[in-house]
Design a protein around this ligand. Structure first.
Ligand code: AMP
Length: 204
């Protein structure tokens, strides 16, 4: 990696249904390019585990598989957006509604930053179910806590929420000329390679 690469930044959204691998791929981008992962799901789970008032309010909604309010997640993102000298932000699981997309745009403008790429990870629904059930089984086998929403019932709701509220963002960002797609069905390294190329060329 050249010094030049180190000083360049890109702010990128990873879009795609639950279980598509957004979190896994975001972590790889953090390691490879020094970017900062902003996962609203992780932030909400931290709030839940810390036992804060907000955490208590969102716990049930999350376990069910519904989306929490725009106001809460926009507030969480706003706190993180100011001043970072890293290679840019990877938005993982945010925005999930058009209102969140508008809020993100306004926040980026306010903080003098730009959105440089929106990447959609594409997979078949049957694979998502297998991955999420597998994730729960792996956690159970390793004696780790299983996510309260990694079960067939919540997954059904999470997928419906995705198609109803989040998938319109694909059309929206496409219309803005910002959308790029990556096949999310290959192996992890192959997908990471595809993402890396897009992110590196979006860096300015
Ligand atoms: P994730 O870890 O991204 O799968 O998110 C887990 C859960 O957190 C979701 O099913 C929602 O209940 C909640 N959540 C995470 N991000 C958002 C968001 N941007 N908007 C609304 N709810 C969210």
């Amino acid at each position: 990696m050249t010094t030049d690469t180190l000083t360049r930044t890109a702010n990128v959204i990873l879009l795609g249904p639950p279980g598509v691998g957004k979190g896994t791929q975001a972590q790889i981008l953090v390691e490879k390019l020094g970017m900062v992962q902003l996962s609203t799901g992780d932030m909400l789970r931290e709030a839940k585990d810390s036992g804060s008032e907000m955490g208590k309010r969102v716990a049930e909604v999350m376990a069910r598989g519904d989306l929490v309010t725009d106001e809460i997640v926009i507030g969480l993102i706003e706190e993180k957006l100011t001043g970072s000298d890293a290679a840019g932000f990877i938005f993982d699981g945010f925005p999930r509604t058009l209102a969140q997309a508008d809020a993100l745009e306004a926040l980026m403008k306010k903080t003098g930053q730009s959105l440089d790429a929106v990447i959609e990870l594409q997979v078949d629904d049957e694979i998502l179910v297998d991955r999420i059930v597998g994730r729960a089984e792996q956690a159970r086998a390793a004696g780790q806590p299983v996510r309260a929403d990694d079960n067939a019932e919540s997954l059904k709701i999470r997928l419906m929420e995705y198609y109803k509220k989040t998938s319109p963002l694909i059309g929206y960002y496409h219309a803005k000329g910002a959308l790029q797609s990556v096949n999310g069905m290959g192996d992890i390294d192959e997908i990471a390679q595809g993402l890396n190329e897009i992110v590196a060329s979006a860096m300015t």
